[in-house]
Design a protein around this ligand. Structure first.
Ligand SMILES: Nc1ncnc2c1ncn2[C@@H]1O[C@H](COP(=O)(O)OP(=O)(O)O)[C@@H](O)[C@H]1O
Ligand SMILES: [Mg+2]
Length: 267
């Protein structure tokens, strides 16, 4: 990992989740290699990079869904590298996957209740009040079946559902995937910051790099499973060579669906 040249680095809040020398992958192939990352308390940390660069694999490794092959993951001062996903979830690491994130046949309220399944009656009631307060759009849709919501509303529900358990970290995998530009912008400008305001540290993987950098505090550019560069989101957004990093990775990354996605990513 190397950082951007120039001004001294901004001071960051204390780490809530950090990875050091992280290796992870599938079968004999390592996808994430020697990766270092820090997410500080209350930050929105963006992970951007071309298709196939290992962003989803990284999030799944942090969540405990892909095993750690080397290095460590520390959450709130505890090494969770070998901890199963459900134990990490109980500790406060929430994961919102890219797809199949809500129960379509249940109502908005029922989905939220599922997210608070471990809570007692009183705490569940309080959590519902809190989440409906943070996401007024869901309060209006309380009785609607999740399957009838728009894509943006469904994503908001998925985020709100994990907030029922008051996580300290929310890992978000491409919340704007398959959303049109306007709902994507709303989600990134309004609903993602609401997670941080509610007290969670957010690790946001996004294809819409420019928009993700606009709401993030810190950013990591991932290329071929390694951190190509990290810095304040503002500084990364202002660099002229981000497009080249995406396009360069595309040229050296001949995977099936990579195609024009590298170029698209720099929107
Ligand atoms: N379940 C899997 N089994 C084997 N290889 C996988 C699996 N998931 C992803 N990969 C491979 O890992 C690499 C990184 O994928 P991924 O983490 O999904 O990247 P990104 O989210 O940045 O698009 C790709 O080459 C992909 O083909
Ligand atoms: Mg992905």
């Amino acid at each position: 990992m190397h950082s951007a040249p120039g001004a001294p680095r901004p001071v960051r809040p204390e780490p809530v989740l950090s990875a050091t020398g992280l290796d992870a992958g599938y079968g004999s192939a390592l996808v994430v290699r020697g990766l270092g990352l820090v997410a500080g308390r209350g930050e929105i940390v963006a992970i951007v990079g071309p298709n196939g660069s290992g962003k989803s694999t990284l999030l799944k490794t942090l969540a405990g869904l892909v095993p750690v092959r080397g290095g460590t993951i520390v959450h709130d001062g505890v090494d969770v590298s070998a901890m199963p996903a459900e134990h990490r979830a109980k500790r406060g690491i929430a994961f919102v996957p890219q797809e199949r994130e809500v129960f379509a046949s249940l109502t908005v309220r029922e989905n939220l209740v599922m997210g608070g399944f471990a809570l007692g009656r009183k705490a569940l009631h309080e959590a519902l009040e809190r989440v409906f307060g943070a996401y007024p759009v869901l309060a209006r849709l309380e009785g609607s079946h999740a399957g009838r919501l728009s894509g943006g509303e469904r994503k908001t529900l998925a985020m709100a559902r994990v907030m029922m358990a008051s996580p300290t970290v929310v890992l978000l995998d491409e919340p704007t995937a398959n959303l049109a530009p306007i709902p994507s912008a709303e989600l990134l400008e309004r609903e993602v910051p609401a997670l941080a305001r509610a007290g969670a540290t957010v690790v946001l993987v996004e294809q819409r790099a420019v928009q993700a950098l606009a709401v993030a505090d810190w950013a990591y550019v991932l290329v071929a499973g390694q951190v190509e560069i990290d810095g304040s989101a503002r500084e990364i957004a202002g660099r002229g060579d981000i497009g080249r990093m995406f396009l360069g990775a595309r040229a050296s990354n001949q995977g099936a669906d990579e195609g024009a996605a590298g170029a698209e990513s720099v929107r």
